[in-house]
Design a protein around this ligand. Sequence first.
Ligand SMILES: Cc1ncc(C[n+]2csc(CCOP(=O)(O)OP(=O)(O)O)c2C)c(N)n1
Ligand SMILES: [Mg+2]
Length: 741
Amino acid sequence: MFINDVEQCDWIRQKFETPGVMKFTSDEKRTLLARLVRSTRFEDFLARKWSSEKRFGLEGCEVMIPALKTIIDKSSEMGIEYVIMGMPHRGRLNVLANVIRKELEQIFCQFDPKLEAADEGSGDVKYHLGMYHERINRATNKNITLSLVANPSHLEAVNPVVQGKTKAEQFYRGDTEGKKVMSILLHGDAAFAGQGVVYETFHLSDLPSYTTNGTIHVVVNNQVCYRRRGHNEMDEPMFTQPLMYKQIQKQVPVLKKYADKLIADGVVTLQDFEEEIAEYDKICEEAYARSKDNKILHIKHWLDSPWPGFFNLDGEPKSMTCPSTGISEDMLTHIGNVASSVPLEGFKIHGGLSRILKGRLEMTKNRVVDWALGEYMAFGSLLKEGIHVRLSGQDVERGTFSHRHHVLHDQDVDKRTCVPMNHLWEQQAPYTVCNSSLSEYGVLGFELGFAMASPNALVCWEAQFGDFHNTAQCIIDQFISSGQAKWVRHNGIVLLLPHGMEGMGPEHSSARPERFLQMNNDDSDAFPQFDGDFEVSQLYDCNWIVVNCSTPASYFHVLRRQILLPFRKPLIIFTPKSLLRLPEAKSSFDEIVSGTSFRRVIAEEGPAAEAPGEVKRVIFCTGKVYYDLIRERKNQDLEKEVAITRLEQISPFPFDLLKEEMEKCPQADLVWCQEEHKNMGYYDYVKPRFRTIVNHTRPIWYVGREPAAAPATGNKNTHLVSLRRFLDTAFNLEAFEGKMF
Ligand SMILES: Cc1ncc(C[n+]2csc(CCOP(=O)(O)OP(=O)(O)O)c2C)c(N)n1
Ligand SMILES: [Mg+2]
């Protein structure tokens, strides 16, 4: 039993082992039978109508339905208003029909291959879709909302997502003890034992910012019940388990056993039983007839987390524009001052921290921000606008690079802390900053679930180093990059992935930008139409946004844009390490005050911009390498000859702005420069898109490190030599002369 509290364990034992606990009243027995009828006959009905369709039926464990319904009845009786569930495919349709009570015709529609989908997206198979339903619980006559979270085939991956959504629903209702919202997770016995994410999710159960105050886990154990038809209906289990399946075939179905017993005991008559069956079969038949009238399939009916009021009545964004993301000078100064202060009386902070806070005050006076202060400005301003901000990940409170310090610790009083961000405004949304457990898969799934609950929250997950995200790959692939296409569900989660080649070795260097870019759905060969607000419509069409900011101003704007957009998309940000402290990497208030916005591309602004016709080379780059490039260009005195243009947003690709830049310098070499190895980073993504802009008439030359197997060398000297080498090439104006492309 995974409960650390002896008292709680004893309580459960007592409940289970009380003599007579399994004795039911006649009414209870009849309810149980009626529920078994529904559970069993639902599968029988599907099997009759669609004998050759996979549905992952519940046969062999029909009792799961009465069990779940009993749990929900009892929970409703105890005051629960909202139950969030996650489960694998086996029995899922049955749960939808008989526990959640999704209209049967909607379920049956899913079996009609000819129905056209009405909504955007590629959809998903019927036994993965989610569901949200508000109804009256018949046992208690109280309102209850049930939500089944959509999931991929990857067993148990939905667990942390369910927990995150549950936590969010509790948080926004002020349900601090989990008395109104609870989660139920169903598991198969093999998956429960074998999938590590089960334990990563358990591990969150006692952390204050992650606990859901208890979850009901139901394990469908084939050692106790069985699967009558093997893995799915198309499977022949006798191929591999002949003896066991001979036994299984001999098993009398539980409905028959129980009905016989109740009839023998005189609790029901055979006639009652047969009527119950006939009545339910009729319900199924009628729903089936109605399902035939449906012409279109609405995936939107299968949304697990509706956001009332966020979209218009047709479920579309209310506009296709984004307001300016800058904020007033007064707000900047105020946030800067609070970020530099200790709002609690008699609170002694560490001397090193005093220096950091003093530095912030200086910056505020000088009207500049570094990375940490830029982030502060973005978060702090959103809080004023009623947007809950949540930042979660390993050591995020302090910041892995000791730059953030959002939680102050009293040096004299144990466990006395202060979060100045929560002292910004009289009326403000709460700020949650929480150090997670040492998990990526579990925690990222949790935050994704948290972000599902409301569009009015900025939910950020920060990896300790960007490369650690790959232990959460399933959440990234199955939920974040493809979730909207499969389940028409928007999600605005932000991933902060520290990235950069700093000579720190193969690990800790690369957040693997190439992988995020490869999964973006924009077409490298299609030159888009620039109508309307191209920036916004391009964002609307993409499956996620990938940015690599070179300035704190960009970081500030992109965080705010995330919320000011009229829709939600996942945002992947490659965040810096050495730039956190690089004096040149600061931004003036002028770049973030009212009227300013996120700049997807920061074009050359120095001498080369004055006479673009004379420019010999335009170097396009993104992120930290920009600072190496400008230093080197200065050293080589090439500021007129070489223009350097930064892509702050890499994907969706800023075709419009880059086209302008490329046309300004028709005679120049076009170079893509990156510090990553050639088979990594951005090159494979940007190259075909640059070529599309110039209609394949000009080459885009590569400058950067050679292809490699590991993301970075373990040898500091090799790192520096390769840096030197590619910087030399970047500014060797003859480097590509006579070369073919
Ligand atoms: C992560 C993952 N690995 C493998 C599979 C393929 N798969 C689908 S069902 C299944 C067996 C699951 O057994 P169990 O959890 O006991 O559930 P049961 O089918 O017995 O109800 C497997 C291996 C999967 N869906 N997810
Ligand atoms: Mg099993």
